[in-house]
Design a protein around this ligand. Sequence first.
Ligand code: FAD
Ligand code: MLT
Ligand code: ZN
Length: 484
Amino acid sequence: MAQPQTDAMLLEGVRAICHCLDRAEDRRGYETDWRGRRFGHALGVALPATVEEVSRLVAYCAEHRIAIVAQGGNTGLCAGAVPIRDGGGRQLILSLRRMNRIRRIDPLTDSLIAEAGALLQEVQHAADGAGRLFPLSLGAEGSCTIGGNIATNAGGNAVLRYGNMRDLVLGLEVVLPSGEIWHGLRSLRKDNTGYDLKQLFIGSEGTLGIVTAAALKLFPPLRQVDTALLALPSCAAALNLLKALQTREDLPLTAFELIGEQSVRLVCEQFPDRSFPLASDHPAYVLIEAGWTGHHRSDAFEQCLARVWDDCGVADAVVAKSDAQAAALWFWRESITEAQLRAGPHLKHDISLPIAAIPEFVDQMDAALHSKFPGLRIVNFGHMGDGNLHYNLNAAPGVTAEKLQAWQPEIERLIYEEVAARHGSFSAEHGIGQTKVGDLARYRSAVELNLMSAVKNSLDPEGLFNPGKVIGLRPFDKACGDES
Ligand code: FAD
Ligand code: MLT
Ligand code: ZN
């Protein structure tokens, strides 16, 4: 009979394959999620440097029944990249951070091959250096990785024009739960040879395979980018503005981001050394960006804004005159997540809706929440151009963390039921991780859940890849509970 192995013995085996951290103080940052709300013990943090090391590690873990939690930048907002606290057995964090090379850039085929641990910003810079554009863009781009972007099917600020990560991947290299390597790093634009396997792994949050490298699509660079922040009387006015701008052929919109009044106020409070460039008491703001690849009139952007100004009820606006001014405007959009964290107890609702339904949803939900839960701050913002709102909430002074937690199930039910009634989604771009496992079971149909379980069971029958994430410990047993 085989001798039971101690943690120390198992770690020796891991160390024989690749670099591994096992001291508690070295593990801590990897074991705690970005929001500081979920912590799970890991046997160690393995840091392989090659796909062969990942493959050997996975085979070793399969043999010894050690679960593997893939991790990139650990910026995910649903605690998918950290071990679950209970029921996961022995869990090893597999950090891809040492696999961060750009293997190839091919401007002629408009493609780039990056290893999974490359930071999104590094990939953007590499593309830029080759005179091309990699358009995925999000607030965490300085610390999130391409592997994490793929595993979560990240969205961000430019989905309106370029789509989400699913649209930007041409091929993948993946280590399967058996330890086999799938060499699918093709850069083809057309390839109908059977099922499109890469799509199975995109958005699978480390539950089906470890992405080790990806072939990504590149685009023509933008010769000029114009940015403006506009103040509006309502969310409905923002929708009108979006539609008015989208009907103009002379305005190549790349971003249309909504920023609610309370979002601005929260950032003002948390970053008191910054000054907001407009009056801060307008009900809604939008940050818009247009990017030109070819020649155009230098005043085209301002001309467009002038033409829609009156019809859309624009109250005020500031147009960036330099890259530094554009970055200063983006600060007000990109700092909301950090401001929410600094401000204390908060809930996140990463929802999407048919765009036309957004204003009515926001009006109804704002009214319902204010009347039922006095003391909530509605920190609503997001990628309105593609129908994705971060309908987030912060506790106002006087509302304790315990009170917000007690309110949470009812608040969440109110929001998600209304989203479902309007044929929306309770998770637009952040995924399921461990915090939304129960919601997936509630809001997806039995047919969909059975298909997901069938895929998981066929690829990972032992449940060793990221246990407790997406489909739960046993598919859809809701054991991990809900949390926004
Ligand atoms: P991690 O957090 O490390 O992992 C996320 C998930 O992917 C986990 O389930 C993990 O197991 C899995 N995973 C990671 N790497 C791999 C791999 N190589 N193979 C298989 N599975 C893997 N998200 C958006 O979509 N849009 C936004 O606009 C956006 N803005 C954000 C702003 C801020 C300030 C922050 C903190 C986060 C934001 N996010 C946003 C969320 C987050 O940045 C994205 O989900 C990002 O794609 C995660 O990348 P990561 O490398 O940090 O992944
Ligand atoms: C963002 O777009 O800034 C994040 O995805 C939103 C969030 O933190 O909820
Ligand atoms: Zn977002």
